[in-house]
Every structure is written in C-alpha cells, then in structure tokens.
Design a binder for this molecule. Structure first.
Ligand code: ATP
Ligand code: MG
Length: 221
C-alpha cells in the first residue's frame, strides 16, 4: 500500500503535536521515522492507523482517505499485548479466528509464522514462560500472520537487549522485503534507523540521508 500525508495537523485537545506534516511512503518501502521523545511519532502512527483523526490535512492510503481502522493496516506496539492465558500458538491464531479463518488453516498459518520467527517448539508456552524477546517475536508472528499490507511499528524492539534486537531487525527486514509489505517504523534509536531504513525522516526536520551523522545532526537540530 502507498501512504500520502499532506499538510497533516493532529494532536490532543487544542494542542497540535504535528503541524502541516507532509510525507510519502511508496508501496513496499520501509520508511523509518526518527525523533526525540514527545515529538509526535506515536501520534503520527495513530493517525495513519485510523485511531486518531487529524484536525487538518489528509492521510491517503492507496489514494483513499483514512477513516477509522482497517485490517489492512497493523499497528505493532512497544509492549507485546499478548493474552497471558493463551499459549503462543493461540495468541497468533486469535486475530485469524476473529476474522473467521477456519481452524485447520489458521493453525497451519500460525505454526508457520512462529517457525519463521524462530519459535518452533514454543507453540504451547504461555507468555510468562517466554523471554521478553520471545514475546516480541510472538507479537510479530501474530501481526504478520494477518498478512497486513501496511505495518506500522512503534519502537517494537525498545525493550530488547542489543543482540536480540539486531536479530529481530534482521528478521523483520527479511520478512517485510520478502512479502513486499509497506512499513513505517518509528524509533528514537539512530543506529536502528541506519540499519533498517530505505529512507529516514526526522520528524520536524524532514527527510535526511541514511547516514548516522546526517540523522544525528537532524535529531540534534
Ligand atoms: N492521549 C494523549 N492525550 C494528550 N496528550 C498526549 C496524548 N498522547 C500523547 N500526548 C502528547 O503529545 C505529544 C507527542 O506524543 P507522542 O506519543 O506522539 O510522542 P513520541 O514521539 O511517540 O514520544 P516517545 O518517543 O516518548 O514515544 C507529547 O507531548 C504528549 O504529551
Ligand atoms: Mg511514542
């Protein structure tokens, strides 16, 4: 899916967090959005997800204005949001069950994605029996199993140690490129932005070169 944001103003109550933002993401592209805490990264994702309406400007997805949420657009939060009483397999299956995918098929799909994120053998573990990194991978499997066409990631690896984090980055990049899924990836970590992005946008400073120094300079203002 493609995303076109034109003159977007959005915020809470009377205070605008985003003012006149323009942004374009092409089909299949991985755009990284960087910026300091509180600059409006999560707000931007909420608007594109359809959870928060803008007060001015437009957000077009495949040329159509966003009105409310859609199954085509998946938002991945920083905390994993897994149901503690469902094992990994049944967590991944849940959204498929909710949209009526038959039991046998959703089981195959869920197992396939758990395998893909390196969790074969952990299907029957409850979230509390998994490490933080493993729970993040379950969340990722759950998101990808729904085959969204646009993935919005809000600092999904913030809580992970460096090694797990870079393994997850590799995995996500491989899967998203393979499936051609359009992605907006939010982070405040400059190194993560350099590793992941086709393009990098610094909120408030616009598009920058995908080089560490260029991003740092823009983030520092
Ligand atoms: N639900 C809300 N109600 C009122 N103000 C909010 C709400 N959510 C966020 N804000 C305010 O909007 C601004 C931007 O918040 P946002 O969550 O988009 O920042 P962010 O860039 O994602 O920050 P972080 O890197 O810390 O996650 C902040 O000043 C915040 O206080
Ligand atoms: Mg945020």
């Amino acid at each position: 899916m493609s995303v076109r944001i034109e003159g977007l103003t959005a915020g809470y109550g009377r205070s605008a967090v985003l003012r006149g933002l323009d942004l374009v993401v092409a089909e299949g592209e991985l755009l990284v959005v960087v910026g300091p805490s509180g600059c409006g990264k999560s707000t931007l994702l909420r608007v594109v997800a359809g959870l928060l309406p803008g007060t001015a400007g437009r957000v077009l997805v495949d040329g159509v204005p966003v009105r409310g949420t859609s199954r085509d657009r998946a938002l991945v939060f920083q905390d994993d949001g897994l149901l503690p009483w469902r094992d990994a397999l049944r967590n991944v299956e849940l959204p498929l069950a909710l949209r009526g995918v038959p039991r046998a098929e959703r089981r195959v799909r869920a197992r396939g994605w758990l395998d893909r994120v390196g969790l074969a053998g952990f299907e029957r573990h409850l979230p509390r029996e998994l490490s933080g990194g493993m729970r993040q991978r379950v969340q990722l499997a759950r998101t990808l199993a729904q085959e969204p066409r646009l993935v919005l990631m809000d600092e999904p690896f913030g809580a992970l140690d460096a090694r797990t984090r870079s393994a997850m980055q590799e995995l996500v990049m491989a899967v998203l490129r393979e499936t051609g899924t359009t992605t907006i990836f939010v982070t405040h970590d400059v190194d993560e932005a350099v590793r992941l992005g086709d393009r990098v946008v610094v909120l408030g400073a616009g598009e920058v070169d995908v080089r560490r120094e260029a991003i740092l300079a823009a983030v520092m203002g």
